[in-house]
Design a protein around this ligand. Sequence first.
Ligand code: ADP
Ligand code: MG
Length: 358
Amino acid sequence: MRATAVSLKDLTKHYGTTKAVDQISLDIPAGSFTALLGPSGCGKSTTLSMIAGLIVPNGGNICFDETSVLNTPAESRSAALVFQKPLLFPHLDVAHNVGFGLRMKRRKRRDIRHSVDEMLERVHLKDLATRRVGQLSGGQAQRVALARALVIQPRLLLLDEPFSQLDPDLCVEMRSLVRELHNQTRVTAIFVTHDQSEAVEVADRIALMLDGRLAGYGPPEGFYTDPPSLAAARFFGVLNEIAGTVFDNVFTDGSGFLRLPTSLNNGRAVAVVRPESLSIGNTTNHQMMRATVVTSRFAGTHRAIQVSLVTGELLTIHGPIDTKVAPGDAVAVTIPTQHCTVFGKAVLRNTVLRSDLA
Ligand code: ADP
Ligand code: MG
């Protein structure tokens, strides 16, 4: 098992009555690449700034390699930061911007030149070493910022929405560059973003933040296949929610039944399932819900089919392009057991939908 590089324990920051960060506990493995993901205002930048030492928490602890850094000033934490805006020194050229940190550390001139050259090569800026930074494009300036951050071999690389001001094509290129740099350096990295597709592209782990709290931490796949909460499922865009009730460990909404594998309190519950996990099945299949086709539309890579359950609830299904259904058709919607999650007072997984339970 990998060692923990950064450990947050009940980390908290209040601004008056606003709980910007509310008791976050998180262990980030050494060498991992974590995306700190969540909607605007959920506390991502505040969390990152506390890790960097730029904001003092109201409570909790931050440890680097199991030692608290609460009393360690920002400049001694060996954390390199890259922000939305590159914040370069306008009077210096590219190479001198990149070498700045090493000059501060009083490294030998020859070593600095060597490290800067190597870093510029890695960010594909070798030809622009002597250019003033004011004459760079947004993408080039951000490459300089990345090079400047990494050249000092920090123990932590912290990035706060670094590509959000770049146009989409450039974003894709920069994400792949940052991944490449991480593969080469294996520096522990934390990347703040509000964009789930960016998080999935760059990171090997996602820490989801909602309303100042941690709403899940793990590999990206888990947030899609096995969301930790209804709020997390919604953030990742589960489009289908089936409201129903649980009684004696059976979920029903009137269109079918889910037999629950573990016990859930009686009462209201919600089943969530992604459109690509649903399919139009045949009525002999037990794992199905009865429905009527409302619309069927070609959507490029799939056919988007909207169906209405007996209860009137609408579900969206992403099926194969050649699915032949027309509005008004009575169909059975098949839910594969491993792709449906029911949230009641407890979270249940791998539910089995049964239409023959009464
Ligand atoms: P994010 O980076 O996820 O968009 P922030 O960490 O910047 O969110 O902010 C979290 C919450 O804290 C927001 O409600 C924001 O308005 C509030 N906040 C952040 N900084 C301050 C501050 N200096 N003073 C008062 N409120 C702040
Ligand atoms: Mg922010």
